[in-house]
Write a protein that binds this ligand. Structure first.
Ligand code: AMP
Ligand code: ZN
Ligand code: FE
Ligand code: FE
Length: 282
């Protein structure tokens, strides 16, 4: 068993890179990919520990991007195997994303403060470190009693239809795919089931459009996917020649229902051959 979608506390997971490696080893995972949002910091910290423990650690990243066609969506892209390169161009492009994120965070603090919420940027950055995102804002709001839990923090303040929401500039999907390719990586559409495109024909058209833009793989197995989703995405992967990927999207205590390696109630079980085929596609 392997897990090709996990987060450390370098983004919004709760386990440190070393702790995540320890858990993967304890579970006897045959391979693990760290797919932190917008940063390689977790992988950079984990790699020595993984080598010592004899764990096959894959470098990856998860990026959000906006599509322009219909339906218009924010998609998540996984970029695998960037470790040998990440070209200077790719790293510079990541810096731009982090800068626009920081600028969004400043505006989000302003908006929260104007609503009477006593919150400072350094409190949020203290837990978010390299990558401060809305989940870290949610944690501070909960700690300070503004919300009972993270869901409520998103509902009342941070979510897309909530009072303090501020838009973050997101790269265009085609450009993000091209950046991953140019950086030497394999671009894979993460958890397509979350896009909630109800009509299978529209969904297929959406995915084939991404393939035309350079997409090389699709995350067929994911803890949010139902068995029929897995079947449908497996079929689309074959039809469009997309490599298949799979993982739990483990975030540790930030998403306690999702277990490393096995997902929600065992709905994730990715065989090692998936990684071998991904490597061939990369
Ligand atoms: P950011 O990239 O800082 O805008 O934060 C995006 C992250 O916030 C996502 O990856 C989710 O983990 C989390 N998130 C977004 N919307 C919600 C929501 N409505 N409820 C809980 N978590 C959310
Ligand atoms: Zn996340
Ligand atoms: Fe995601
Ligand atoms: Fe993820």
């Amino acid at each position: 068993m392997i897990d090709l979608h996990t987060h450390t506390n370098a983004s919004d997971g709760s386990y440190s890179p070393a702790e995540l490696i320890d858990r993967a080893v304890a579970l006897q995972l045959e391979a693990l990919a760290i797919t932190d949002h917008d940063t390689f910091a977790g992988y950079d910290q984990a790699i020595r520990h993984a080598v010592e423990a004899g764990l096959d650690l894959v470098c990856a990243i998860e990026l959000a991007a906006r599509t322009t066609g219909t339906p218009r969506r924010t998609i998540h892209l996984l970029g695998y195997f960037l470790h040998t390169s990440p070209s200077p161009g790719f790293r510079a492009w990541l810096e731009e994303i982090l800068t626009s994120r920081r600028e969004r965070n400043l505006r989000l603090i302003d908006k929260l403060q104007s609503m009477g919420v006593e919150i400072e940027l350094n409190e949020v950055e203290g837990i978010g470190r390299t990558l401060t995102g809305r989940p870290h804002f949610a944690r501070v709001l909960v700690q300070k009693g503004y919300a009972a839990n993270s869901e409520e923090a998103f509902r009342r303040y941070l979510g897309e239809s909530a009072a303090a929401f501020v838009e973050r500039q997101q790269p265009d999907a085609k450009m993000a795919i091209q950046q991953i390719l140019a950086g030497g990586g394999l671009p894979v559409l993460a958890h397509p089931g979350r896009l909630n495109i109800r009509d299978p024909e529209i969904e297929e058209h959406f995915i084939s459009g991404l393939k035309d833009a350079g997409l090389r793989g699709i995350e067929v197995i994911h803890s949010d996917h139902q068995p029929w989703d897995v079947e449908r995405y497996h079929g689309l992967a074959k039809k469009y020649g997309l490599a298949m990927s799979g993982g739990s999207d483990f975030h540790g205590d930030s998403k306690p229902k999702v277990a490393l390696g096995t997902g929600v109630s065992g709905n994730v079980n990715v065989p090692r051959s998936v990684l071998e085929k991904l490597r061939k596609a990369g």
